[in-house]
Design a protein around this ligand. Structure first.
Ligand SMILES: [Fe+2]
Length: 342
């Protein structure tokens, strides 16, 4: 179905696709050229302060689609295809530590400019040395982990950094390489049949959410999962979600909560849809209203593997101030409070 010019609604009514035309691409490229003349990298603090101003020069069809996602909450995931940047010029690195710093400068600027409409970028001390821009690529030895570095197992549906109260409001994945068209999986709250879910239980703090294995390497084995959380919050008519299926369980002995979680998981799995990103495609996900995952693939580790750049943003940077070193700092240490307390 075609609507709003070239914005297309996918099967899940919460997912939209936008394919940019030639004029829009030229306008986006002009903004990227201007940014590139002033800054050398997208994690430059000076650029981050001005990203919103630069982003205002993007074409209306981009800005309107992202603003609708943010303010109307009618879109929970937006795919922007045919954008102004392509894939990577260099081989996919075997590890995020091996990436050439200059390899993705223009792609990073594109990520930052589009997401500037959704919030301010944050990084995690427990992920990829605190870098704001992360690499999603297969790593040898991690094929079966439930992280973005796995390959030979499905990355199950999840809210990003679900265990933390400081998780992002939105995340963006920019495809740099995906020769095998490995599918992303998505499901939004629009796919749920709320009348068949136990909302009383799901809105109550009766669930434990564990950090994923990548975060846990920094926590020294201590987790935030000791505090029970609700899996839904906000409006009961249009709830926000907080669930990472492999890392979420009901409190021990709470059979009603376990049943509510199982029913929710069943609806999420049944409602999930897949889409394939090509080089240069950008996927924006509302981290309160959509879960994402990834299908299985066989890694080659020869420089041609699937490679995405990821950026996460929050609407209120101040909310995480206790877990960031400075007011202008963007790196959250999710376990800082635990370390301070010991
Ligand atoms: Fe994720």
């Amino acid at each position: 179905m075609r609507e709003n010019g070239n914005t297309v609604r996918a099967g899940d009514p919460g997912i939209r696709e936008l394919t940019l035309g030639g004029q829009a691409v030229r306008e986006c490229s002009a903004v990227l050229d201007a940014v590139g003349e002033e800054f050398g990298a997208a994690d430059d603090p000076g650029f981050l302060r001005k990203a919103g101003a630069y982003a205002s020069g993007l074409p209306d069809e981009v800005l309107d689609a992202v603003r609708e996602m943010r303010f109307a909450e009618s879109t929970a995931a937006l795919v922007i295809r045919g954008g102004p940047v392509g894939g990577a010029d260099c081989p996919t690195p075997g590890h995020w530590k091996e990436r050439e710093p200059a390899a993705t400068v223009r792609q990073d600027f594109w990520l930052a400019l589009v997401t500037a409409q959704l919030g301010d970028p944050i990084g995690w001390a427990s992920l990829q040395d605190g870098h704001l821009f992360n690499d999603i690529l297969p790593i040898a030895g991690e094929e079966r982990e439930q992280t973005g570095h796995s390959s030979e197992t499905d990355l199950e549906l999840h809210i990003e950094d679900c265990f933390s109260d400081e998780r992002c409001d939105a995340l963006a994945l920019l495809c740099l390489r995906n020769h095998d068209r490995v599918p992303n999986s998505l499901v939004t709250t629009a796919a749920l049949d709320l009348g068949r879910l136990d909302l009383d239980a799901l809105f109550s703090p009766r669930f434990l959410i564990m950090p994923d294995s990548e975060h846990l390497r920094r926590s020294g084995g201590t987790t935030e999962a000791g505090r029970p959380r609700p899996l839904m919050f906000g409006s009961r008519h249009a709830p926000y979600l907080r669930v990472d299926l492999p890392y979420t369980r009901a409190l021990p002995g709470d059979e009603r909560a376990a049943k509510a979680l199982a029913d929710l998981a069943d609806q999420l799995d049944r409602g999930a849809t897949t889409l394939s990103l090509a080089e240069g495609d950008l996927l924006l996900v509302d981290n309160y209203r959509a879960l994402h995952g990834r299908g299985t693939f066989r890694p080659r580790y020869d420089g041609t593997d699937r490679w995405m750049r990821k950026l996460t943003v929050v609407r209120d940077l101040r909310r995480s101030r206790a877990l960031r070193e400075g007011a202008d700092g963007r790196v959250i240490d999710p376990f800082a409070a635990l370390v301070d307390a010991t």
